[in-house]
Design a protein around this ligand. Structure first.
Ligand code: SF4
Ligand code: SF4
Ligand code: SF4
Length: 275
């Protein structure tokens, strides 16, 4: 009984993903959804178990399990464009499949529950960026976050143009867009990381998906909170945060609050167990 209680959260996580898997399998009459969400649920639950057992690389393992699955299996083998262009594409065709379901769950409505958990545990772009040497930013934040709106608009106009001009073989174009888009994300992300000495610079300034993620995660149910009675204001949590969040402030308006990727570095490093 004690052991079950210790693993309460991984069990709940697995049940939630299984519920989504079975519901989509039965409603869409497609066995793929059972496999897909069961695999993701298992990967995330495994990560939660490893975290409880204090394994240092728990988050990175989930990132690799989910990120590689989405990039290699779904993207390259199944040729599903799971990037934002894929979302627009399925939205315009009126098909509630693949990228639209992925965006609805991971990036639009899911963040109301688990904030930017996607960014900490599943994104295949960050999966690579997190291998770079600048885990914590050493320079002040730049005021260039507006770039995300430009990339967001560019992705929308690109897909809209395909429909307006009735492009031939759109499936092939979307697959090429997936390859080129990913190459551009990795190239820009790595360049910015070295330029700004910050692995997550791409996430902070360029990524178009944050246009959805930031406002939705503002209302996130799951968030790191600070026990002000225990906190001694040592500032360690702010020094280890990759996203410059002031986690000692419990209000929703905390500094860079919508940037939290739930990586738990602050929790692990707080000397007073205040988080
Ligand atoms: S901000 Fe964008 S690139 Fe960064 S982890 Fe989130 S979805 Fe991935
Ligand atoms: S690390 Fe812990 S004790 Fe130090 S400021 Fe953060 S919450 Fe407070
Ligand atoms: S260190 Fe804490 S506040 Fe910063 S992103 Fe990770 S979980 Fe969020």
């Amino acid at each position: 009984m004690k052991r079950i209680r210790a693993y309460f959260y991984p069990i709940i996580l697995f049940i939630v993903f299984e519920a989504v898997a079975v519901t989509l399998w039965l409603t869409k009459h497609n066995l793929f959804y059972l496999f897909n969400f069961s695999y993701i649920g298992l990967s995330i639950s495994l990560g939660a178990v490893l975290y409880i057992r204090k394994y240092k690389y728990a988050r990175r393992i989930v990132q690799l399990l989910v990120g590689l699955y989405m990039l290699v299996y779904l993207g390259l083998i199944c040729r599903e464009n799971m990037q934002i262009e894929g979302f627009w594409y399925y939205l315009f065709t009126g098909v509630f499949e693949a990228a639209t379901i992925h965006y609805a769950i991971a990036k639009i409505f899911g963040p109301l529950l688990f904030g930017r958990g996607w960014c900490g545990y599943a994104c295949w772009t960050a999966m690579v960026l997190d291998f770079l040497p600048y885990k914590v930013p050493s320079q002040p934040r730049k005021k260039i976050g507006w770039i995300r709106y430009v990339t967001f608009a560019a992705s929308l106009f690109f897909v809209a143009a395909l429909f307006v001009f009735k492009a031939a073989d759109m499936e092939r174009i979307m697959f090429l867009a997936f390859i080129i888009g990913n190459a551009a994300y990795y190239g820009t992300g790595i360049l910015l990381a070295f330029l700004f000495k910050d692995n997550r610079a791409f996430c902070k300034y360029i990524c178009p998906v944050t246009v959805f993620l930031k406002p939705m995660s503002y209302y996130s149910l799951i968030r790191v909170k600070c026990d002000r009675e225990k906190c001694v204001n040592c500032g360690k949590c702010r020094r280890v945060c990759p996203m410059d969040v002031d986690v000692t402030d419990n209000s929703r308006k905390r500094r860079n609050g919508t940037e939290c990727i739930l990586c738990m570095e602050c929790v692990k490093n707080c000397p007073k167990n205040a988080l």
